[in-house]
Design a protein around this ligand. Structure first.
Ligand code: PEP
Ligand code: MN
Length: 345
């Protein structure tokens, strides 16, 4: 249930409400807002009696039950958008955010060259895996800490924010020292120990949809992180597994507007893993902008032919630059509809 306090409720009033909620057997999970405090509570108890009792308190504006199984990430909890502030820009706001870089960090030369190029072309976030989840144990597993250090160097040189994957709860603290955004890969969407650790982490999290996960399961995984105390979660559609073999995965593009109806969290698209083919990436980027995604996560490599992972789906730098120029007009329209949407609320 969600309890909205009256504007400028005092600390003592908020504590009294929390106390009453606890008396009914519920757990307090979040207290939000600057001028208006919203208290989230979950658990099993006599919900009707609890809601009635809370609404009788003069400092309470409204107490409502949330019907969705995911509470804090649901639109019922927050009607507006979650906007995540990173170094000098926002994700989920009125700017379309491009995240780009290689699948894996491979060398200083490779990451620096890519970082400088994608930054010049308009990306705000540099991607690059230091810990790599590979299907085969014989494939390149990532440079690990050395890779994280190279990402930090690239951030220092370009000012780009860094997104990199964290594969295990044990590495969360280490990765958080280097990353601005912690990526949870498709294979780890339901790694609950990792999700819980990220709930306690102060960095925003990009949560990729599992390759055989439903939208509801994706939202339930996001709920783990938010209920654990970290409200800054970005969702990512990266394609799901179907019977189709023409592409690496099948991009469920409608997942973007579906998620926009269900959650206040930002939603981005990864067209690289969704298609597995660089020739298809620009078309899917245009589609993502058109359906109202908040951004894109695209693989770019200075020499994809020599990439240690995902070369076939990585754009050459020139292709990325060209795609960014072509996307400009689409992003202009995207901005207009964002502004119109905000004005309509
Ligand atoms: C990646 O981003 O390189 C990656 C491994 O992605 P996914 O988890 O979507 O397969
Ligand atoms: Mn990859």
């Amino acid at each position: 249930m969600i309890v909205s306090m009256k504007r400028y409720a005092t600390k003592a009033e908020i504590e009294a409400v929390c106390e009453r909620i606890r008396d009914f057997g519920y757990k307090i999970h979040a207290i939000e807002g600057e001028e208006r405090v919203v208290i989230g509570a979950v658990g099993m108890g006599d919900v009707t009696a609890c809601l009635e009792s809370l609404e009788a308190m003069p400092c309470v504006e409204k107490a409502v039950r949330i019907s969705a199984p995911y509470k804090f990430v649901s639109k019922e909890f927050r009607a507006g958008r979650t906007i995540i502030r990173l170094n000098g820009f926002e994700i989920g706001g009125d700017e379309f955010i491009m995240m780009a870089g290689p699948c894996s960090v491979e060398s200083e030369k490779q990451i620096m060259e890519t970082a400088i190029a994608v930054s010049r072309a308009g990306a705000k976030v540099l991607r690059g895996g230091a810990f790599k989840p590979r299907t085969s144990p014989y494939d390149f597993q990532g440079m690990e800490v050395e890779g994280l250090k190279l990402l930090r160097k690239a951030r220092e040189a370009t000012g780009l924010a860094i997104i990199t994957e964290v594969m295990s709860d044990r590495d969360a603290g280490l990765v958080a020292e280097y990353a601005d955004v912690m990526q949870v890969g498709a294979r780890n969407m339901q790694n609950f120990a990792l999700l819980k650790a990220l709930g306690r982490c102060e960095r925003p999290v990009l949560l990729k949809r599992g390759m055989s996960s439903t939208i509801k399961e994706l939202l339930m995984s996001a709920e783990y992180i938010v209920a654990g105390g970290n409200a800054n979660v970005i969702l990512c559609e990266r394609g799901i597994r179907t019977y189709e073999t023409a592409t690496r995965n099948t991009c469920d593009i409608v997942a973007v507007p579906v998620l926009k109806e269900l959650t206040h969290l930002p939603v981005i698209v990864d067209p690289s893993h969704a298609t597995g083919k660089r020739s298809l990436v620009p078309a899917l980027c245009r589609a993502a902008v058109a359906v109202g995604a908040d951004g894109l996560l695209v693989e770019v490599h200075p020499c994809p032919e020599k990439a240690v992972s995902d070369g076939a789906q990585s754009l050459h730098i020139e292709e990325f630059e060209c795609m960014m120029r072509e996307l400009k007009g689409y992003i202009r329209l995207w901005k207009e509809s964002r502004v119109a949407e905000a004005a309509a609320v």
